[in-house]
Design a protein around this ligand. Sequence first.
Ligand SMILES: Cc1ncc(COP(=O)(O)O)c(C=O)c1O
Ligand SMILES: N[C@@H](CCOP(=O)(O)O)C(=O)O
Length: 476
Amino acid sequence: MRYLSTRGLPEDPRPGFSEILLEGLAPDGGLYMPETYPQVDAATLASWRATLAVDGYAGLAASVLSLFIDDIDAADLRRLCAEAYSDEVFSSPLIAPVDELDGGLWLAHLSGGPTAAFKDMAMQLLGRLFEFELNRRGRTLTILGATSGDTGSAAEYAMLGRRGIRVFMLTPAGRMTPFQQAQMFSLDDPSIVNIAVDGVFDDCQDLVKELFSDLEFRRRHHLGAVNSINWARLAAQVVYYISSWLRATTSDDQEVSFAVPTGNFGDIMAGHVARMMGVPIRTLVLATNENNVLDEFFRTGVYRVRGAAETLATSSPSMDISKASNFERFIFDLLGRDSARIRDLFGARLPSQGSFDLSGTSEFSSIPSHYGFVSGSSRHADRLATISQVLERDGVLIDPHTADAVTVARRHVEPGVPMVVLETALPVKFAATIAEATGRVPERPSRFEGLEELPRHVIDLPDDAGALRALIAGRS
Ligand SMILES: Cc1ncc(COP(=O)(O)O)c(C=O)c1O
Ligand SMILES: N[C@@H](CCOP(=O)(O)O)C(=O)O
């Protein structure tokens, strides 16, 4: 499988998976995409049902990922998947179990990994893939990432102790919960550098992209990406759409819908990929919080990003995002993979005007029928009510982000079509909101006891690319 950039930079030959794994962002500032989506037929779907039953999640992952990765030996890929998706790493031997809830909803549990968020699902594999590839090339990698609370800790726990890898992680100062901060800032290791930026998540993500676009700096410091701008993250996330579809169905032609809480458009973009591959996904329900840029686009065709002043601090803080990186990948598909139009929209119009408008185009009208997307948003009061209702009706405590998805999912349930909600974090990370919704604090797994009391290791930094460059260079 060869990869190309959404912005159309001609690369000859086009890079393979291992190349783009380490590269992260394409040199022209675009995002890597597979040349074509692998297509699966009925026989493959049936074989995956057998693989999941016999070889478990790890076996399924190796089989699905081999469609995107042809430059890592099949036996090595199977071993890396087996190591990542084991019951020593995840709390359930099923890795991503699925339960039926009330009212046509199902819940895919994706937060059983080391840091209690769905980000572990891809990050545990990514850490192993990086280490494997760096060993092969005798190279090192300086990860530069941005987090609104969960990607950062998942990345740090996945990369910690891996040879040749160090991590610089940008966080929005004061915008993460005390638990999320403690999970990252308590790590005391020279290979992990936590940075609190005076800004919101989008500012952090912009800094990452700015340093990546400085090709000389990027090459000198061997920058690599763990955000979902890295295609490997999405490829790994495709697997749990397939395992969840398999677990919520009994026959290979049965459709399911997915409801996904969205911030950076990473999780739901993997659902789009699975659907484009031919997995029987009927509808992709996109759910935002009060920062509803994406919901606005899917309802109106206008994509208008917002600045820090307009990005609200909400009770689903990991989704306080107003400029979704991965959205460029979906628009690339929507516009027939026309990279000139992508350069115009994302390279010119967004930076200069802050918006673009696809309303009135045939492409925009085709979204529900061709791509299956519908959308909605959820607010603080919805979140609280949903957390308390799901606890009462189903005896399951869900986190505020998953609650946003349940809220919006309920508006789109169709008889006979399982609506699978993707859980994105455990409630323990958002204790204050859970207490407000239910009157009790969430259970704390023993491995997280006393986290907030540990010493903090974090460097304050202004929202300034020069200061960030100096920090990284000073530690080289
Ligand atoms: C807990 C949680 N839920 C949902 C999301 C949204 O995921 P994505 O950014 O992939 O859309 C995030 C991160 O953005 C998250 O950390
Ligand atoms: N919610 C995320 C934001 C970053 O998203 P990613 O898709 O780039 O990993 C977080 O928790 O940091």
